[in-house]
Design a protein around this ligand. Structure first.
Ligand code: IPM
Ligand code: MG
Length: 380
């Protein structure tokens, strides 16, 4: 058997709590390289405010070259009040550039309500039970990138303009990703739109339904308007398996979904150019926690590293095609929490809390304890 080809993994810690949580993620990556022979070569580049401070540029060409060369990017966070003090700085620009120029149109945002965290969710335990869904968000189109856009003056009146636009091929490729994913799960897709008002949503619904009827008749498909979907996500999140939606709706629904997980600090995501169920992954991908840079707690060493570490589990599954290793890391993370390890965001009142680094160490100890009995990594 030939060895699996090595993959370039680029770490971009970014702003705010990004460097703290990715330092712990890096320890976990090193563990998989050392203990599970993960064929990963690690690179790291400053990004955002730290890059600006060190090199006078938020995203310099050297970093962009590394981004283009990487098979997988582990991204921390972007966002800081400092952007407002730097003329011409656009906060989300670097992340948007990676999404659009790398073509990362599939965004997976799984939401699982782990039983030990039911008590810290604002939702009731009986509502959370069995919640295990994935939001499949289209990530390169829609109103985020549509043209025309801008702020203009017409007849002396200023106005802002953005355009929500989707072509049939754009809708089709993200729909295929959602149906393919559903086939590996409970085979149920709910497509979310606003087709009672928006033409772009009417086309969306038509294309999704047509693809289901012609190529995925084994998958159950339902449709919801986005306002109703938002309510259903807090009323009865366990009803969903795969939620398929466009860029802006997915942005909003995924933060709503975070309430079910207990803390937004727990939630991972993957952004990809494609998915391969079998055979070596050819696709580029970026993995990031969905919580953002949290400037209010940056530098304090109290951020929850679980969202970033679980994002690396998604990397093991989708970029390295190592489902056993992904499951090991997910199981070790949940077991760590089950055993009572809590960062401040997932602690109950009065419960002792761990620092970011202590949480990283606790997960590594759990990995050590679980690894022996775990099946050897399947080689892609
Ligand atoms: C997200 C974030 C981004 C988005 C921002 C930082 C541009 O909210 O990934 O959900 O709106 O997509
Ligand atoms: Mg968001």
């Amino acid at each position: 058997m030939t060895a699996a080809p090595r993959k370039r993994v680029l770490i971009l810690p970014g702003d705010g709590i990004g460097p703290e949580i990715l330092a712990q993620t890096r320890r976990v990556v090193d563990w998989f390289v050392a203990r599970r022979a993960l064929p990963a070569d690690l690179y790291e580049e400053p990004f955002g405010i730290p890059a600006y401070r060190a090199h006078g540029s938020f995203l310099r060409d050297e970093t962009w070259d590394e981004i283009e060369a990487a098979d997988a990017i582990l991204f921390g966070a972007i966002g800081s009040p400092e952007y407002d003090t730097i003329p011409g700085a656009a906060e989300g620009a670097g992340l948007m550039r990676m999404r659009t120029e790398l073509g990362l149109f599939i965004n997976l945002r799984p939401v699982r309500a782990a039983a030990p965290l039911h008590a810290v969710s604002p939702l009731k335990a009986e509502v959370l039970r069995q919640t295990d869904l994935v939001i499949v968000r289209e990530l390169t189109g829609g109103i985020y990138t549509g043209k025309p856009r801008g702020i203009e003056t017409v007849d002396g009146v200023r106005r802002g303009v953005n355009t929500m636009i989707y072509s049939e091929p754009e809708i089709e490729r993200i729909t295929r990703a959602a149906f393919d994913l559903a086939r590996t799960r409970r085979k149920r897709v709910c497509s979310v739109d606003k087709s009672n008002v928006l033409e772009v949503s009417r086309l969306w619904r038509e294309v999704v339904q047509r693809l289901r009827d012609t190529a995925y008749s084994d998958v159950e498909l339902t449709h919801l308007f986005v306002d109703n979907a938002a309510m259903q996500l807090v009323r009865a999140p366990a009803q969903f398996d795969v939620l398929l939606t466009e860029n802006l709706f997915g942005d909003i629904l995924s933060d709503i979904g975070a309430a079910a997980a207990g803390s937004i600090g727990m939630l991972p995501s993957a952004s990809m150019t494609g998915m391969d169920a079998d055979g070596p992954a050819r696709h580029r991908a970026l993995y990031e926690p969905i919580h953002g840079s949290a400037p209010d707690i940056a530098g304090k060493g109290i951020a929850n590293p679980c969202g970033a570490i679980l994002s690396f589990a998604m990397c093991l599954r989708h970029s390295f095609l190592r489902p056993d290793d992904a499951a090991l890391l997910e199981a070790a993370t949940i077991a760590t929490i089950e055993n009572g390890a809590r960062t401040a965001d997932i602690a109950r009142p009065g419960q002792p809390t761990l620092s970011t680094a202590e949480m990283g160490s606790a997960i590594l100890r759990e990995l050590d304890a679980m690894a022996d009995g775990w099946p050897a990594a399947a080689r892609a």
